[in-house]
Write a protein that binds this ligand. Sequence first.
Ligand code: PGA
Length: 254
Amino acid sequence: MRKNIVAGNWKMNLDYEQGLSLFSEIVNMVKDEVVGDQEVVVCSPAIHLHSLHQLTNSNKVSVGAQNIYQAESGAYTGEVSAAQVRSTGAEYVILGHSERRAYFAETDEVLAEKVNLALKNSLKPIFCIGETKDQREQGEFFNVIQEQLEKGVFHLSASEFAKIVLAYEPVWAIGTGLTASPEQAQEVHAFIRKSIAKAYNSDVAEATTILYGGSCNPTNAKELFSQTDIDGGLIGGASLKSRDFLDIVKVFNT
Ligand code: PGA
């Protein structure tokens, strides 16, 4: 069956020492407190990746990046490639986050290239999709999500797609304290799973981990994660506090 994952997205927070110290706390707490088979991923700024990977002493905690560039290597000052990220020991990379789509003008086409490069370099993409407030209010959200899936990941073969984790993150819920209700989130997650079944087949759809992201916290995580098609979360703000993050992870303790 599909894996439950709780992934933290530190965004552009924490200096080098602060990152190491938070990660050490997380690794120790996971060792002491996590009893299920949920996977914990921490997506840090690139400066932390190698050191965090070295602190990972439990196979329950993995490290991920927040972006890669859409070329293998070359004269792209300031960018980081998939191969470079992989060489730190990181296993995951967030792609298509709404902040990258909005502030860095990342298009579906560019994101498809990034997905290909991630997979080619043995990085597992956590591919983010989700509608803006306007798109929700106009009732366009299913179309928006369908298009993001078609252009970003549905070009993959079934065996490639099996390596993808999806994250539904309604843009209006990110960092706003406004969470999608469990019913709203479940409705979209079920739609995404149906759409995967149409593009591939129902076995592929049932095996895909689909995370919810957007103002997820220790108070609302339990109800969200208990929905049939929600397999975990992508956590921003609450991943910067070890206690909050672990309480979210522990929703899957059985
Ligand atoms: P948030 O961020 O939990 O702070 O809303 C989620 C995300 O951007 O992945």
